[in-house]
Write a protein that binds this ligand. Structure first.
Ligand code: SF4
Ligand code: SF4
Length: 296
């Protein structure tokens, strides 16, 4: 069963116009700078915020498995005992305990989208399927895309394209716009920073461009990872070889927003020296990429 971990209403950064973004849970990549670490696992997860915890111990009383303990670091869950029943989440009065991941309810999503139709029509918006990796849920995604198409909603898929060509083709047939990330043009560095090489991704980008499906290219810009003139120039060169031009190329400068979520998931923040490149550097990279787009 496909899980989602969030639905964002009135989203304005996930494609054109005002949109509803649906976030699938589960991703085959492990980007070192991931903004949504709760999206990685395809399974439900419990999250805990020490900041919100008022120390009432209601969660401990509610837990049927005796899996919780109050410690100087707040409530700690024994993952070997926890059966993810959610009783502690229900018992928590301050929302310090949350469950991340719920089954995708297609009917509920379509009803929600119907309620936003006016905003979509007035703004040129629609629905965006994001993640995690939506292409890791091809059946659920395809079914929703078809129904959204029948209802006349503009459909965007925000993806790394790390999936088989067959999946990409079937999803592309029901997609109005792809938002595609290129995280590094060098395959070995792509693997170092995301856990997977990039040949499949680049080949699928060529496929989408060949099929003539509109697409945007988005490049997360991470200092000490991919924010080098060499990488941006090589990415621009690659874009210049595509059959059709992207409608847009966006640079997404690094923000350290995933760390607190790693803590909420009970994980340890890995040390890194990533940084946000300065405005002049970003402007220079934008010029390099614009020339690639114009050359097509
Ligand atoms: S989810 Fe259920 S089993 Fe796990 S800690 Fe909470 S109450 Fe206990
Ligand atoms: S029920 Fe919530 S607020 Fe109370 S101790 Fe547990 S996590 Fe903290």
């Amino acid at each position: 069963m496909s899980l989602i971990f969030d639905i964002k209403i009135f989203a304005v950064h996930d494609g054109p116009g005002i949109r509803v973004s649906i976030f699938f849970k589960g991703c085959p990549l492990r980007c070192a700078w991931c903004h949504n670490p709760e999206s990685r696992s395809a399974l439900p997860q419990k999250m805990y915020s020490k900041k919100k915890c008022i120390g009432c111990l209601s969660c401990i009383e509610a837990c049927p498995e005796n899996a919780l303990q109050m410690t100087p670091d707040g409530i700690v869950t024994d993952c070997l005992k926890c059966i993810l029943c959610g009783a502690c989440v229900k018992a928590c009065p301050s929302k310090a305990m949350e469950m991340c991941g719920r089954p995708l309810d297609e009917e509920a999503v379509l009803k929600l989208l119907e309620g936003e139709r006016l905003f979509f029509e007035q703004s040129g918006g629609g629905v965006t399927f994001s993640g995690g990796e939506p292409l890791s849920h091809p059946e659920a995604l395809l079914s929703l895309l078809k129904k959204c198409g029948d209802a006349g909603f503009h459909r965007t898929v925000d993806t790394s394209l790390f999936a088989s060509a067959e999946i990409v083709k079937s999803i592309a047939a029901e997609t109005d716009l792809f938002l595609i990330d290129i995280k590094h043009i060098d395959s070995s560095l792509h693997k170092k920073f995301t856990g997977v090489p990039n040949e499949l991704i680049l080949s699928n980008i060529r496929l989408v461009a060949q099929m003539g499906v509109p697409y945007w290219i988005r490049i997360p810009l991470i200092g000490n990872a991919n924010a080098t003139e060499k990488n941006i120039s090589a990415t621009a060169q690659f874009i210049g070889t595509l059959k059709t031009a992207p409608q847009k190329i966006e640079l997404l400068p690094y923000h350290k927003i995933g760390d607190h979520k790693i803590e909420k998931l009970g994980g340890k923040i890995a040390a890194n020296d990533f940084y946000t490149p300065d405005e002049k550097t970003i402007e220079n990279y934008n010029k390099i990429l614009l020339s690639a787009q114009l050359s097509l």
